[in-house]
Ligand binder design. Sequence first.
Ligand code: ZN
Length: 479
Amino acid sequence: MDDTHRLDDIEVEEYVRIRREHREALRGGRRRRRRVLLLFMIGAIPIYALVLRGALGLTMGARSSAARTPALTWSAVRNGVGDAFAALAFWKNGPVKIRMKVLQPVVFYGRKVAVMGLVTPANLGESSVRIEARSHAGRWHALGAVRPSARGAFETMVAPRENGFLRARVADRGVSKDIPIIVRPVATMNASGTAFWHRPFAVKGSVLPTSAGTRVVIQIKRGSAWRAFRTARTDQAGSYVVAWRPSSVGERTYRALVPQTAARAAAVSPGKKIAAWYMVALTFDDGPWPPYTDEILDTLRLRRVHATFFVLGQMVQQNPSLVKRAVREGNVVGNHSYSHPALTRLSDDRLREELRSTSNLVAKASGRRPRWMRPPGGATNERVNSMAKELGMKVDIWDITAVDWEGGPSYRTITRRVMEQVRPSDTVLMHDGGGDRSQTAKAINFMIEQLKARDYLPVTIDQIYPGSSAPKPLLPGAR
Ligand code: ZN
């Protein structure tokens, strides 16, 4: 798919709607600040100040983030509350200085973000808009260019190489102008169902009575007509899951139909309602490690969902049966190196050996060769990535982590940390090995329940990423 899109009219309206919401958020912020000022003038009691500062910390942080010191952390933005405030920061200040400070510094490594904006007046858009990033050295360099639509709207994806600032510029009679933009991690989906592209989302349903192999047609509404979009077949439990990658920003309406046949005419109802799920991949590193890997596998099986295990070769050697079980039960096993070194510091020979021996051990234990590699500590570079590729693996760095190794957090804390951070299509780092992981093993039972309550379906890493030849995503009775 081409990385550059033009917005059609519907999407321009969508964009304008988003912009209006952000303006409203901005106005709300002003009102709140006026109230704060009033309280200070009337009371001026220090205790008020403390209480209000706590309550309004985010607003203040967001303001100063664009104006002076970058105080709004990306984790706040990722937690959803921050979306409006991040937007506030750049709408208020016009130019595009979004600070992408992250608490987990690898979040943006090699990851793409969606950049959208509107050139006004639209005729400025005759030339293309350059998307630029600022390097640590303070130099601006181009990440890409995009040609706006006739109405001035543009939308593109860029892959920042490091955390920092982004801006969009257009040249007008030799003078460069900054264009306000909205920057979002790709594949987020807002409350109204607007999907950002790049990663897939899943649609799940079931057909009654339960029978395997029933053909289900997913249709998409175009104008007033419905058109076939995807097909799926039900599994033993009568369930089907279809995943795809939205090709552009905007709301879409889908429905699922079971084509009528003579044999089934009486048995199935057409136009069944379908449920859309956000996908999330739970991943467990440093195992297999009894008894925690067993406990996690038990929970996954009980809850009828799947996860991904990034295993260490030396642990596979000791516990091959756990790897076999994980794969047999539909989970994905990835390569986490043999002995957990920092891969970027190894010679080519040692690097290849760390990865190849682990892949061989997994293949021997489970009959399946790993297609994914997660570098220990998230430490990777072009050399490590291409070595992984040479050995038939893609690299995954997690999006969020429960930090379940540091300070021995309780299962409640682990669950809360994940639920506070999770966004659609995230991969979540946890551990089933490397120490006492009883709290992690206990947490995932609660976590899966809470994720499902918020319409998140835990899937394997294959299903999160587009284009990978994923095993058929069938999850019998997943809800
Ligand atoms: Zn690890």
